[in-house]
Design a protein around this ligand. Sequence first.
Ligand SMILES: Cc1ncc(C[n+]2csc(CCOP(=O)(O)OP(=O)(O)O)c2C)c(N)n1
Length: 551
Amino acid sequence: MPNGAQALLRTLVDGGVRTCFTNPGTSEMHFVAALDSVPEMRAILALFEGVATGAADGYARMSGRPGATLLHLGSGLGNGLANLHNARKGRSPIVNIVGDHATYHWKYDAQLQSDIETVARNFSSWVRTSQSTEELGRDAAEAIAAAQGPPGQVATLILPADVSWSDGAQPAPPPQPPTPPVASDEAVTQAADAVRRGERTALLLGGRVLREPGLRAAARIAAATGVQVLAEVFPARMERGAGLPPVERLAYLAELAAVQLDGLEHLILVDAKAPVSFFAYPGKKSYLVRDGCEVHELAGPSDDALASLDALVEAVGAGDAQPHLQPPSRPELPTGPLTAEKACQAIAALLPEGAIVSDEAVTSGLTFASQSAGAARHDVLTLTGGAIGQGLPVAVGAAVACPDRPVIALEGEGSAMYTIQSLWTMAREELDVTVVIFNNRSYAILNVELERVGAQRGGPRAKKQLDLAGPDLDFVSIAKGLGVPALRAETSEDLAGALQRAIAEPGPHLIEAVVPSVYSGLRLRAMPHALRALEKLPRPVAKAAKARFYP
Ligand SMILES: Cc1ncc(C[n+]2csc(CCOP(=O)(O)OP(=O)(O)O)c2C)c(N)n1
């Protein structure tokens, strides 16, 4: 009879959970020891729990299987919270295994004793402290089933050390894959009626329909009926590039999103939520759907969203319609002094076929979507829950899930510093990741937010909270210290050369792109960079936004 940890690992592996991102301690030592008896489980060490949890998310997004973590009691789980929050918002299936003290040790309130379940409830839809070695296999199978959903969710299994080390455990068989329901006839008919009525209608796609089959189905409906197709603001995974139907993403700035949604009579949700503003702002609306626009939910997160969309294709007679596909086009390589916009241009110009782009470039990445629209086919993984420090760990997980695909991480330097230890895991696992750090020496977006929230114009003490200059972060040294070769680019030519090399060579590389801040403390109304960025947005949006912000 195996011990608890061995049966747990066997249950995970049989249930399709074959990669675990770890940061263990004493209470997890039996799990660690059991790794050698269950070699199908790949364990990958992270130097901070936020890296492990974000990597599990990136792995889940790209593999379609649950990502797993091994974490150390409440403190370790708490350190991983921000990226588990992001995973929850992106509906990634995650199984956390969190070690705990042996059950008989709890009453002594030893140093690491804490309320793990309370930490876990923040982001977990399923939480259980395993009570006995005999039941551990079953608990693990239930955790996998809960994580898989649909919708994908975070399941946290707390594993007391004595439950882990005792003998008498049995692996449990893998859970049966569920059959999610297709939209009801009534929901399909309602959406089809809205589409056919000829009033201004948009499909808002999210979650799983932002992959090729969903995009094609939506584009067929658009070709046959003239409806608009939009994508949610922060997709967990979106396929795009030449040969795929292009989709306009809702803007992060509520002011711009409101322009995109203006005039709509019907909004059909397909695995997406009705759009709301990221934050509340004094005197501005939180709910962005205009009054009088009817919202129809075709498929929710628990449904088979793709089959539901296919049902709508049939209902509106769009089965034979030819979807509009993005023609190939690449920008020229930029020249001269480097700006964030030129850096995006260079990346779009050189983006390799099949790239996975983890985008946490915040303000510096504003023009990447438009510049790369006609680039080779790629996936974009975005910051689903707004908690920064996700981009590098997600790149780790994506590279582990897809070893044959190049991964490009676009990172604001502020965001990069939350989970910079990711570089070490990239080096140790020899992951093919090109990290581009946009170093504008600022929390640039917060300058914009300072203005948008209606706070008084920041004085020097306020501005110091948003300014990262002095000491300047030196990412070339940081990367080298963590085992990743790195270069600094101060011109467009430097950047293009460094990118070409990084993409051509296997293994991780970091490029520090020194760029002026897009917003650099200027007021929104007087920002030439932002104005140029607006020009890259789809034309009607840019026009309306310009009229609003630059009258
Ligand atoms: C966990 C977490 N902490 C803090 C924030 C607030 N925040 C949002 S953006 C940002 C700065 C981002 O800076 P950087 O990555 O350098 O991008 P930039 O704004 O300069 O383009 C901060 C601190 C957050 N969103 N999440």
